[in-house]
Design a protein around this ligand. Structure first.
Ligand SMILES: Nc1ncnc2c1ncn2[C@@H]1O[C@H](COP(=O)(O)OP(=O)(O)OP(=O)(O)O)[C@@H](O)[C@H]1O
Length: 248
């Protein structure tokens, strides 16, 4: 039985209860429940079609679920969407940067959308870029950055309003091995510093043994726990395949 303190800590992270979603007759998510506590890197691992993007759309309120509860840092997404989304940072699968604006201009625009006061914006941008080692690129047009730096910039932008929960949907798609490693390492560092991270992926090599792991398959959570304990003596890749293989 969790004690009161750990319950309160979990409340400051992400809580999902009995979340279901259907596209017409197609069930995309079926009574999904999980928690991610602050200071945790949680990998949401699922093959194509598992329901990851649907879950991300529900967590960001692009879709609204008729059933279930989502709580972000103690705010119910349905009842207090402004507060819940204010504590959520998101890196979507597809880049959402204006290539013709500089790094700083892109970030300033996003800060305005989040209601950061004009006076606070420069310092917030500098702090967010510093966290990702990107301050020296602030004046460059995004078009001039390589894929890895663009992603890093999107990550810095997602942290601009100081969210408590960070959500990333397959954030390494299209990146080379070095850039993938760098982004994966950065986000693990952020979790170690106290952020609550949910990282959706189908790539097992982005998951560390010490990470929390949720395996999503055909709209249901098949397994949850610490990655190293779940895979046991197997490789994570083999274990994941054995969990998600569909009988011929
Ligand atoms: N707009 C839609 N209409 C009907 N079915 C959909 C729609 N979007 C997704 N689905 C179905 O819902 C299920 C979950 O899809 P979803 O895109 O959430 O999975 P995913 O894990 O994100 O996959 P991928 O990694 O390929 O993006 C799949 O069976 C998919 O075919």
């Amino acid at each position: 039985m969790p004690d009161a303190q750990s319950l309160e800590e979990t409340r400051q992270g992400l809580i999902v209860r009995d979340l279901s979603f259907h596209y017409g007759p197609k069930t995309a998510l079926d009574a999904v429940s999980f928690d991610v506590a602050p200071g945790t890197f949680c990998a949401l691992l699922g093959p194509n079609g598992a329901g990851k993007s649907t879950l991300v759309s529900l967590l960001t309120r692009l879709l609204v679920a008729p059933e279930g509860v989502i709580s972000v840092a103690g705010h119910n997404l349905l009842q207090s969407p402004g507060k819940a989304l204010g504590d959520l940072g998101v890196v979507f699968q597809q880049p959402t940067l204006d290539l013709g604006l500089t790094v700083r201009q892109n970030m300033a625009y996003f800060a305005a959308l989040h209601g950061v006061s004009r006076r606070a914006v420069p310092a917030r941008i500098d702090a967010a870029l510093d966290r990702l080692g990107m301050r020296d690129r602030a004046g460059e047009k995004v078009r001039a950055l390589n894929g890895g730096h663009r992603r890093r910039m999107e990550l810095a932008r997602a942290l601009l309003h100081d969210p408590k929960v960070l959500l990333l949907d397959e954030p390494t798609v299209g990146l080379d091995a070095a850039a993938r490693q760098s982004i994966t390492d950065h986000v693990h560092d952020l979790a170690q510093q106290g952020l609550c991270v949910l990282w959706a992926t189908h790539l097992t090599d982005e998951v560390r043994d010490t990470d929390q792991l949720l395996v999503l398959h055909q709209g249901q959570i098949l397994a949850r726990g610490q990655a190293g304990e779940l895979r046991s003596a197997d490789t994570l890749s083999n274990w994941f395949l054995s969990q998600t293989e569909v009988p011929a």
